[in-house]
Write a protein that binds this ligand. Structure first.
Ligand SMILES: [Zn+2]
Length: 588
């Protein structure tokens, strides 16, 4: 009898999408039970009839199903996280086997049943505890939540809406910005729906080195786009209602007016992501399909990186260090948006003795906090512009002034004057290359003689994405590529390019997923700088003062042996750090 029940159960288990590789185990158990039942029948001869009470069968069946579900889950969990399934799968098989035997062989069914349940629950709890130690914190399982999810899944039980303010297991804590009502604001945000979605999105973004998050509404969805290494990447969209709730949460955190959905607003908040403190600069704007939001992520705990770490070659580093230690002058770092200009300025500040000199910065926003310098943040709403702040700090006897960006004539003129009156000025300018930067200053309305006297050097730069070291592909460049790179044929044996999702012949025997784990399949991981430094020599100074003709200045720079961006970029391509395609993309 029991053998028949077991056989039916095992068939049932197979129908319940149980992996076919486990089915033989059940067949084995059914056979063993048939055998033990036979033994029992021989030892205790009984009359005809139905021996097993219905409650017992139901309880046995319940425990059996619980065990099956747990075994299936443990098996898939082990595989997902590449844990040691040669230990855990046999453990669960043994629990099932011993438990079944106990229930049928022990004289006291209920004690046997309780023992078996104890083994199943104990095994599951033990497994979770041990696997939590091996996986990342984000993947750890909170047993209470797991039981709830399990019941929901198997018994289709519907639980009441989640309790408000329930602590989440996503290791992200938000801190509202700005003042008196921040506690109440935070509580309000935590209570609203979408709070966990917001946490998960932020966690994911910080883990993936995202610098900007774009939330853009469409009719049904809220699309999410991340900027990683300067490139926009689509992420799984939110449902529209969740997306709107998420935007609302960030607006509350920023102390924005949540009823205003059309006029642009901006603000900021911070978050603790695991151990790191991260600042968010948030801007909203109305669009035809709803309110959109852009969030810039500023990692406060990131270290100031050195000139070497931003990828500057040794000879160039030498020239820069020499320049920044001059008593007066002006160093302009130029490039398009997102070329790493401010990172370079910070690296320059880091080269300076900040104890012996008075260093003041004017920034929008302050991206890194440095010790022993005065950092001032521009706030246009409060009337604190680059120009007004620059004027006032000149009265505070600075030796070195860092101006986040020159955008207008006034700032440019004061900066040039400061550079001529015994201050060292560092700043950035939005210009494609070093010679164009000089033209840009003239366009802003600064007198050429002022530029000529003030300027020490212009550093042009770009960030190129570095090839992912795990999946980059070696190839032999064709003649046309070499021609584009201005390289003689035959000089270069091989170059590297990004993995484009094709099958890797060498790694064919392995079952590795086709998406590279390190770079997420983009083929690139992190970025490094390429540079051109135009030092203003006496000859160039004369040219700027007398007749600022950019073509003539460029020709003079070529003659003086200036290494231009593209040539410096080749250094990264030839060493396999970056690819031809990437260099072409950024130096267009
Ligand atoms: Zn990769």
């Amino acid at each position: 009898m029991s053998a028949v029940v077991l056989f039916l159960m095992s068939t049932f288990a197979r129908l319940m999408t149980f992996p076919s590789r486990c089915a033989p185990h059940f067949m084995a158990i059914a056979l063993v039970l048939a055998a033990t039942n036979g033994v029992q029948a021989a030892e205790f001869p009984r009359g005809p009839g139905f021996y097993y009470s219905l409650p017992r069968i139901l309880f046995f069946f319940g425990a059996f199903l619980l065990w099956i579900q747990l075994s299936v889950w443990v098996d898939s969990d082990l595989r997902e996280f590449k844990l040691n399934y040669s230990i855990w799968n046999p453990v669960f098989l043994a629990i099932g086997f011993v438990g079944t035997v106990l229930c049928f062989a022990m004289p006291f069914f209920w004690i046997a049943w309780l023992l078996w349940m104890g083994m199943i629950v104990g095994g599951a709890v033990g497994y979770v505890k041990i696997r939590n130690r091996e996986v990342r914190e984000a993947d750890a399982i909170v047993i209470k939540d797991a039981i709830k999810a399990f019941l929901e899944r198997t018994l289709r039980m519907q639980f009441a809406k989640e309790k408000k303010g329930r602590p989440s297991r996503v290791p992200v804590r938000f801190f509202a910005r700005g003042g008196q009502s921040s506690g109440a604001e935070l509580a309000r945000a935590q209570e609203s729906k979408g709070y966990q979605s917001a946490q998960e999105m932020v966690y994911d973004a910080v883990k993936r080195r995202v610098t900007d998050i774009h939330l853009e509404p469409t009719q049904e969805e809220m699309s999410i786009r991340f900027r990683i290494d300067g490139i926009m990447v689509n992420d799984n969209p939110f449902r529209r209602s969740t997306g709107d709730a998420v935007i609302n949460i960030f607006k509350v955190l920023c102390n924005m007016d949540i009823t205003e959905k059309r006029k642009p607003q901006d603000g900021s908040f911070s978050a603790q992501v695991e151990e790191r403190m991260v600042d968010f600069r948030v801007a909203t704007a109305g669009s035809v399909s709803g309110e959109k939001m852009v969030m810039r992520i500023l990692d406060k705990s990131a270290q100031i990186i050195s000139l070497e770490q931003i990828g500057m070659p040794a000879n160039l580093r030498g020239s820069i260090v020499e320049l920044v230690k001059q008593p007066h002058g002006m160093l302009i770092v130029c490039g398009p948006t997102g070329a790493g200009k401010s990172t370079t300025l910070y690296a320059c500040l880091n080269e300076i003795d900040r104890f012996q000199q008075n260093v003041i910065t004017i920034e929008n926003p302050v991206e890194f906090q440095l010790d022993h310098i005065t950092q001032i943040e521009v706030n246009v709403k409060a009337g604190k512009t680059f120009a007004s702040e620059l004027r006032s700090i000149l009265r505070q006897d600075p030796d070195i002034i860092m101006i986040g960006e020159i955008r207008d004539k006034e700032t440019a003129e004061i900066a040039c004057q400061a550079a001529q009156t015994g201050h060292m000025v560092f700043t950035t300018l939005h210009a494609n290359d070093t010679v164009t930067a000089i033209g840009r200053l003239i366009d802003l309305g600064v007198q050429p003689f002022n530029i000529a006297s003030a300027l020490s050097a212009v550093l042009g730069q770009r960030l190129v994405r570095m090839l992912c070291p795990k999946c980059r592909v070696k190839y032999k460049p064709d003649a046309e590529t070499l021609k584009r790179l201005n390289l003689p044929p035959g000089m270069i044996k091989h170059l590297y390019r990004a993995h484009e999702g094709e099958k890797d012949e060498e790694a064919e025997e392995s079952e590795e997923p086709s998406v590279c784990e390190k770079c997420g399949g983009t083929g690139y991981f992190k970025r490094t700088g390429i540079f051109e430094l135009l030092v203003i020599t006496e000859k160039l100074r004369e040219m700027i003062r007398e007749n600022p003709d950019l073509t003539a200045i460029r020709n003079a720079a070529v003659k003086a042996g200036t290494v231009f961006l593209f040539e410096d970029g080749l250094r990264q391509v030839l060493t396999g750090v970056s690819s031809v395609q990437e260099l072409m993309r950024v130096s267009k």
